[in-house]
Every structure is written in C-alpha cells, then in structure tokens.
Design a protein around this ligand. Structure first.
Ligand code: FES
Length: 132
C-alpha cells in the first residue's frame, strides 16, 4: 500500500526545525506507540516568570507522520504558556498538516501525548518545589 502525505507534512518531515536535545531541560515527556513500538521523547525549557515555553525539542524513531506532526506540536507550543499549550489538540495538528492518512493517526498523536507528559512532568516538579 502506498501512502500519500500532504505537501505540508513532507515539508516538516524533510526539514524539521525542532529535532534537537535541549541543555538542562525543565521537563521531559516520553511516550511509545503501542501499535509499532516507536518512541517519542520531548523536552521543554520554560521561563520561570512568564511560564512560557521558551524552547522545545524532540527526538523520535517514529515514521514521517510522527516526525512531521511532532514538529508541528513544537511549532504550536513554542512561545505559549503552559496553560495555553495544554489546549493544543490533535485536530490543531492535523489542520496544520492539511490531512493525515487514517492509518497514520496513531502516529500523529505521539507528539501531543509527549507534550502532555512533559507538561505533567513540569507541573509535578513545581509541586515538589513548593513542598520543600
Ligand atoms: Fe511508528 Fe508511525 S509507524 S510512529
């Protein structure tokens, strides 16, 4: 079976801007795709005062759909506050990529799941800091 990806998806796949490892990230999120076993690892740098995501990067062994959709997740989340970033949905990502082959939907949610895990990790760290 041949998959057809949108031009927008191929643009992000061929030239992702957020495939990188951050130095001393404030939070990390990692998720696996239960259907294929691929892993998505995402990191955040958050401004202490504004709570805005000042940098974001990811690494994955996933397919083009996973890579492109995660690059879009990062593009959408960068510059947003943690609360604003929580509101990003998988539909926002698919809208940005124009379309997603139905068979690849499970790949396209990896980035958003990893972002949500990273936000959870960030909030847990903040709670722990308050307890100390
Ligand atoms: Fe594994 Fe798409 S096939 S992430």
């Amino acid at each position: 079976m041949t998959l057809t990806y949108s031009k927008e998806l191929m643009k992000h796949f061929k030239n992702p801007k957020h495939v990188k490892k951050l130095e001393n990230p404030d939070a990390v999120g990692e998720v696996g795709n239960i259907r294929c076993g691929d892993i998505m690892h995402l990191e955040l740098k958050v401004d202490k005062k504004t709570k805005k995501i000042e940098d974001i990067g990811f690494q994955t062994f996933g397919c083009p759909a996973a890579l492109a959709s995660s690059d879009v997740v990062c593009e959408l989340a960068k510059g947003k506050t943690i609360e604003e970033a929580k509101k990003i949905t998988k539909n926002d990502i698919i809208k940005k990529l124009k379309e997603m082959p139905p068979i690849k939907i499970h790949c396209s949610v990896l980035g958003i799941e990893a972002l949500n895990k990273a936000i959870e990790n960030y909030e847990n760290k903040k709670k722990e800091e308050k307890i100390k």
